[in-house]
Design a protein around this ligand. Structure first.
Ligand code: MN
Length: 715
């Protein structure tokens, strides 16, 4: 039974209990049972006392639904107990509306239940409309967040409170429902996510989804109903997995975990049609960390693994404490099941996040009702999960927010846009050392390179995301595994297009600085008098150009090093005219070449077969004789390697290129189509005569079936 479902069941049981006057034993029994399941030694007396005070002070009050008011704090407390909250949180949760809505005072709560309970109740108590007017809601949130900064349990209670209010939202007017749902979506859901409280986050998301998008919600419900009416192929796969693990003597629980409504809706929006395996995932629960990897080994041996789906969140946990192995396997019928593997302890933390961590004021290992292990998760050298960095940053900027409106707008903006992703970056060829990079959502491979290597990120030439070769502008997702392929230092650099791919200030500043330095170089040294301004404009405008449109006439970025050392190795029939090699066909010795006079008195050399030559002669342009000055000089060339997609292809190709002494100026990989992939390399050779041998060496790399010169080089 999923935690959410069991929560709902217990929640209903509490609501349907007998009337409060006679309810004490029954009403508190559900809470006590749930609490004891997580904390067998917990002292329940303080909970009984809190219940008695809450019940007597709320007596006579009713919810909008007509139910006695006490059903609300009771349900909120049950939600928290079910997630494993410790006794102080539950005590405060039972009392959370007393100070706000009854005669009970904060002093009374402090006197009877202690400072900590008083602090938590105060933290979730709303500011009065009479004092704050329209700003009451935003100022209440500000106060709650400040209180959360000292004790994260304040937000635990607020989240459970909001969950129960959302569950019972149906009695409100539609406008009010929509308003509360929007605040939940913009503020509470991101907070639940950041605090790792998955069970609350997913249910809140579905409740918001139902209110704000009723038609899509109904469609999704219908899809799930249809799916549930048929046989679930995951059940068969789960059975095979159980058999495999039994044979391997690994004790494990194999469950089918349905996706929540919003997750199904999103998967459908992303993939179009959903397959019958897409409505859920297999969840495999084991006792020890090592068992997770044993399970993984069996899965990857006995089924066909989809390696790109494999993620190790145990070795490198996500910022919100989440730990699991993720993979996907196909059975003999080709049906693919997504699989999560974790220990029971990891499962509790994944569901309950900070709520499972217990009392933030108690050092781990202290005697008490904390189950062993939970608090220890916070004590292995990582940042304290009950005082996360984003909360510190939030508390810092909120103290500068000049007014409630600014605070409220900034808060929603912060929670929406400042979503952090974690990617796991492995050095290619290295001994598998993995670094976790924390990047803002929307960050690309380019951002990752600068985050990892600082200014040395200029040397980025390629990337693999989850084992697949990816364009440098690929937007990374949380949990991606990433390999950055770097050129030897000084042989490569960013192109203006990188600015479109860079989201982080670090990357953008580094790229701009580099490009500006290049533009000055070109302007200062290489062009005829008076043409400098034009060069600069051309170099700049290249940044806005779409891939595939005509390349810039002036080299920039990576070309700087090339042009500085290697003058164009051709001379024209026009005395004194500088010769540029056309970027549409990149001629190299010993190609037959033909030239055209262009603006500024220069001559552009094209390969004879280049389509531009045909066009220009057809347009009446006169050709200028061009010959190679020294066939032994270095050159720059763009090659396409047509290959069958396979792991390590890029690494093997770049190795072959390096072995032939060529430097990679840039590399681009198109997404594989029907297992074929095209790699495009722009290379610099010290000796142009080496080109045929280089192309032969590249063709010998397994999987490569052709290597051809590009008709047009990459930017
Ligand atoms: Mn409440």
């Amino acid at each position: 039974m999923s935690a959410v479902r069991s929560l709902r069941k217990l929640g209903r049981a509490a609501l349907l209990g007998p009337s409060p006057r006679h309810a004490l034993p029954d009403a508190i029994e559900h809470v006590a049972k749930a609490h004891r399941a997580h904390h067998p030694g917990a002292d329940l007396d303080i909970l009984r006392r809190a219940y008695v005070l809450a019940e007597s002070s709320h007596r006579g009050q009713t919810r909008k639904s007509g139910e006695p008011y006490i059903t609300h704090p009771l349900a909120v407390t049950l939600i928290l107990a079910e997630l494993g909250a410790e006794t102080t949180t539950l005590t405060a949760s039972l009392l959370h509306d007393t100070v706000e809505d009854t005669e009970v005072t904060l002093e009374q709560v402090r006197a009877e239940f202690g400072e900590e309970v008083g602090y938590l109740v105060d933290g979730v108590t709303k500011l009065e409309k009479v004092d704050y007017g329209a700003a009451a809601e935003s100022e209440t949130f500000r106060k709650m967040l400040v209180a959360t900064g000292n004790d994260v349990r304040v937000m635990s209670i607020k989240l459970a409170d909001r969950l129960h209010n959302m569950r019972t939202l149906g009695v409100m007017r539609p406008e009010k429902q929509a308003r509360i749902a929007r605040v939940t979506r913009d503020v509470l859901v991101p907070l639940a996510e950041r605090l790792g409280v998955q069970a609350l986050k997913t249910e809140l998301e579905d409740l918001v989804f139902a209110v704000l998008h009723p038609e899509e919600y109904d469609r999704t419900r219908e899809l799930i109903r249809e799916h549930n009416a048929g046989a679930d192929p995951l059940a068969g796969i789960a059975e095979s997995v159980r058999a495999v693990l039994r044979d391997a003597d690994i004790a494990a629980e194999v469950l089918i975990r349905p996706r929540h409504f919003l997750s199904v809706h999103r998967a459908r929006a992303k993939r179009g049609e959903l397959g019958s395996c897409d409505f859920g995932r297999l969840l495999i629960l084991v006792a020890e960390n090592a068992d997770c990897y044993a399970v993984l080994g069996e899965l990857h041996t006995c089924f066909t693994p989809m390696m790109s789906e494999f993620k190790d969140f145990i070795a490198v946990p996500k910022f919100n404490l989440y730990q699991s192995l993720h993979t996907a396997v196909a059975d003999t019928g080709g049906r693919v099941a997504e699989v999560l593997v974790r220990t029971h302890r990891m499962h509790r933390v994944a569901e309950a996040g900070v709520i499972a961590l217990g009392d933030p004021h108690r050092t781990s290992g202290a005697p008490g009702s904390d189950p062993a292990g939970e608090a220890a998760a916070a004590d292995d050298g990582r940042a304290d999960p009950t005082r996360p960095g984003w909360l510190e940053r939030l508390l810092e900027w909120q103290s500068h927010a000049p007014d409630p409106d600014t605070f409220w707008a900034e808060l929603r903006d912060d929670l929406a846009q400042d979503r952090e992703i974690t990617v796991f970056c492995t050095d290619p060829g290295g001994p598998g050392r993995t670094a976790a990079l924390h990047l803002p959502a929307g960050a690309t491979c380019v951002d990752a390179a600068y985050a990892r290597y600082g200014a040395a990120g200029h040397a980025l030439v390629g990337a693999r995301v989850d084992g697949r070769l990816a364009a440098l502008g690929t937007v990374l997702s949380d949990g991606d595994s990433l390999q950055l392929l770097m050129a030897p230092e000084g042989t490569s650099g960013p192109s203006p297009q990188w600015l479109e791919h860079a989201r982080t200030p670090t990357a953008r500043i580094a790229i701009r600085t580099w490009l500006d330095a290049c533009a000055e170089d070109v302007e200062g040294g290489e062009r005829p008098e008076g043409a400098g301004g034009e060069v600069r404009r051309e170099a700049r405008s290249a940044a806005a150009r779409e891939p595939g449109s005509p390349p810039a006439a002036v080299p920039y970025g990576p070309d700087r090093a090339v042009r500085a050392r290697e003058r164009p190795a051709a001379v024209a029939g026009l005395p004194g005219a500088p010769v540029r090699l056309a970027r549409c066909c990149t001629p190299v010795p010993p190609d037959a070449v033909v030239g055209f006079a262009v603006r500024g008195g220069a001559v552009t050399a094209h390969r004879e077969g280049c389509p531009t030559v045909g066009r220009m002669t057809a347009a009446g342009r006169e050709t200028v004789a061009v010959r190679w000055q020294d066939s032994g000089a270095g050159c720059r060339v763009t090659l396409h390697a047509e290959s069958l997609s396979r792991p390590h292809l890029l690494a093997d190709l770049t190795e072959a290129i390096a072995a032939e002494g060529a430097a990679v100026v840039s590399a681009e990989v198109e997404p594989p189509r029907e297992h074929r992939v095209r790699h495009t390399y722009t290379l610099r050779l010290e000796d142009a005569g080496e080109l045929p041998r280089l192309m032969r060496a590249m063709r010998e790399v397994p999987g490569v079936y052709d290597v051809v010169r590009a008709a047009r080089p990459q930017l």
